[in-house]
Design a protein around this ligand. Structure first.
Ligand code: GLN
Length: 238
């Protein structure tokens, strides 16, 4: 297989709470499986290459979120990649951007990228804190642990499924958290999400590269300890 091409979209606009860690984890876990990984960072004044395997977007403030959406819509590279079956993983602002619409800085509806059947608006109060959620059993990913900080609430249309059900925290605001359809997946989780949830990282990698061999336990030791510590801190120990 040619190198696995990871594309980090608009780090200049969308990269809050260390979401870049998601990219580092994918790169590391691919290499540990003997897969070559090549990282491309695309700033908002550059075209999005349509031939990547996994695309990532992080969280962002309200105005950069709207600007990033307009630029991605005009660019078209991400849409072409998703049409080709590329994997898309987006967090918080990035997650909302994938949808049909989201609430802008003044709560005005802003048209989203239309890559996932979700709609977001602004909730009554900001959701800030630890979040724990049980993943859709279809995906066989262990309990999600993360950190959320967003005003948005999200409803999921018939074309997508909730990623998980919250046992702590707000997520989408209706007891669910995140959404996915095909190989497009979004979540409110920071942490960064893939650092705290290597099972989710491996799901994305397997969508792009096929079944993966398990890693030796020592390769996952730090992640295991971090998960245990974060889950124990909120009384959700494994
Ligand atoms: N601006 C969005 C909201 O508040 C996303 C925030 C974020 O990415 N942390 O809902």
């Amino acid at each position: 297989m040619r190198p696995l091409r990871l594309v980090w979209i608009y780090p200049d606009l969308l990269s809050t709470y260390g979401d870049r860690g998601n990219l580092l984890v994918l790169e590391r876990r691919a290499r540990l499986r003997g897969l070559q990984a090549e990282v491309t960072e695309v700033n908002s004044d550059q075209p999005v290459p349509p031939d990547g395997h996994i695309y990532l977007m992080g969280g962002g403030e309200d105005l950069p979120q709207t600007l990033a959406t307009r630029r991605l819509q005009a660019d078209g590279g991400l849409h072409e990649a998703v049409r080709r079956g590329a994997v898309m993983f987006a967090v918080c602002a990035g997650y909302q951007m994938l949808g049909v619409e989201f609430g802008g800085a003044e709560d005005q509806p802003v048209a989203g990228l239309g890559l996932l059947d979700i709609r977001s608006g602004r909730g009554e109060c900001r959701a800030v804190g630890e979040i724990v959620a049980e993943v859709d059993p279809e995906l066989t990913v262990p309990l999600l642990t993360g950190f959320e900080n967003h005003q948005g609430v999200t409803s999921i249309g018939p074309g997508a499924r909730p990623l998980a059900r919250t046992t702590l925290g707000t997520g989408n605001g209706d007891g669910t958290e995140g959404a996915y359809a095909g190989h497009v997946l979004g979540t409110y989780l920071h942490g960064p999400a893939l650092v705290r949830n290597p099972g989710l990282a491996d799901l994305l990698l397997s969508w792009a590269a096929g079944p993966l061999p398990p890693l030796p336990p020592q390769a996952d030791e730090l992640a295991r300890r971090l998960r245990e510590e974060r889950l124990r801190a909120v009384g959700a120990g494994q």
